[in-house]
Design a binder for this molecule. Structure first.
Ligand code: NAD
Length: 340
């Protein structure tokens, strides 16, 4: 069976992302040579196991964004202390994006930086979250506001893990795949799943290698994410990340149209690709509170000079700052989002 190996090229901190069926069997060769013990951070719902040859202890964390917080980091740090984890050992994040973000941040802060290896078990994780070293947790004021850049030593994307992934979570992954569609124009759905995931990994690896700390091109990966993060929070996370990203890209298309950056035909193309081709929601099921969403978008990490979005335009997708509330309202109207 095909195994793809994509290198995330970051000089001395470069690492491989291994994609294929059964690749978790390679884990021992991917662990740091110094590691004598591992702490496996996971959730009880993850129907996939890793069995490294070195001593390992499994620590379970809660499921859902409400557990992606500083209390979970504190709990993990206390477990690391009890276990006697040292900076030469390794943390293994085994799960979807929530787990790898949390395990990554716990590892980044433990003894000011302990190696972490991610075994990604969701489609969102494999094509996006586990790669690139962004780690962090949420606070009441917003998503992922506390975190660190901390690159893993390797990422394992074993497609066997996807067998137990709920259908809705698979669709969420397609939300991130659709994002790469708009960033590159690639027909990703034409590829079989292992090749599709490997291609998404390649796209992300290239963007991360060119701009590790998001001072330029990496921000484009946030296409659809400004509204998505606000929707996730205001729905109390009943709308999942990938679903919110799909809706967020539709909103970004309307916003770009309201700002005369793209034609109506390009907006229609967003509906066709996201709604028909990828079969994703183009609107939240629930009514929204526009004022609350705008406030949340003001707190977005990208919003350093006013409301900031990643928007399509004549010269492609780019970061646009200082977006006016008038245009935000026009985009809400065009999407016919009913108010709470
Ligand atoms: N760091 C980054 O660059 C980055 C990028 C994108 C998203 N993210 C973050 O990733 C998270 C979203 O990732 P996600 O969609 O994977 O969410 P998630 O980790 O919450 O997983 C979604 C659900 O699927 C379950 N699950 C995962 N793998 C499973 C499996 N193999 N079998 C059965 N159940 C399984 C989880 O327990 C959970 O209930 C968000 O917190 C988001 O902020 C981070």
């Amino acid at each position: 069976m095909t195994v793809s190996r994509v290198n995330v090229d970051l000089g001395t901190r470069s690492y491989p992302v291994v994609v294929g069926h059964g690749v978790v069997g390679e884990i021992d060769s991917l662990l740091p040579k110094t590691a004598k013990r591992a702490v496996i951070v996971t959730q009880k719902e993850i129907g996939f196991v890793v069995k490294p040859k070195i001593d390992s202890t499994t620590v379970l964390i809660g499921n859902g964004e409400q557990h992606k917080n500083l209390q979970t980091i504190e709990m993990l740090s206390q477990k690391f202390a009890e276990i006697g984890l040292t900076r030469n050992d390794v943390v293994i994040g085994l799960g979807g994006g929530m787990v790898t973000d949390v395990a990554g941040f716990a590892a980044a802060s433990w003894h000011r930086g302990t190696p972490v290896l991610h075994v990604s078990t969701s489609l969102v994780g494999m094509v996006d979250a586990a790669i690139g070293g962004k780690t962090g947790v949420n606070i009441d004021q917003g998503k992922n506001l506390v975190g660190a850049f901390w690159q893993p030593c390797a990422v394992v994307c074993d497609l066997d893990a996807l067998k137990t992934l709920p259908e809705r979570e698979m669709r969420c992954g397609l939300g991130e795949v659709a994002k790469y569609h708009f960033l590159t124009g690639d027909d990703l759905l034409a590829l079989e799943m292992p090749q599709r995931i490997a291609r998404c990994v390649e796209i992300k690896a290239k963007i991360v290698a060119a701009d590790e700390r998001e001072s330029g091109g990496r921000a484009l990966l946030n296409y659809g994410h400004t509204l998505a993060h606000a929707l996730e929070r205001s729905s109390n996370f009943s709308l999942a990340h990938g679903e919110a990203v799909a809706v967020g890209m539709i909103y970004a298309a309307h916003l770009a149209h309201a700002m005369q950056r793209i034609s109506q035909a390009r907006v229609e193309e967003h509906y066709k690709v996201i709604g028909q081709t990828y079969g994703l929601k183009v609107k939240p099921d629930e009514r929204v509170n526009r004022k609350e969403l705008i406030e949340l978008m003001r707190h977005d990490k990208k919003a350093v000079s006013g409301l900031t979005f990643v928007l399509d335009g004549a010269s492609g997708i780019e970061v646009v700052s200082g977006v006016s509330e008038k245009h935000l309202e026009q985009a809400f109207d065009a999407m016919q989002l009913s108010e709470k």
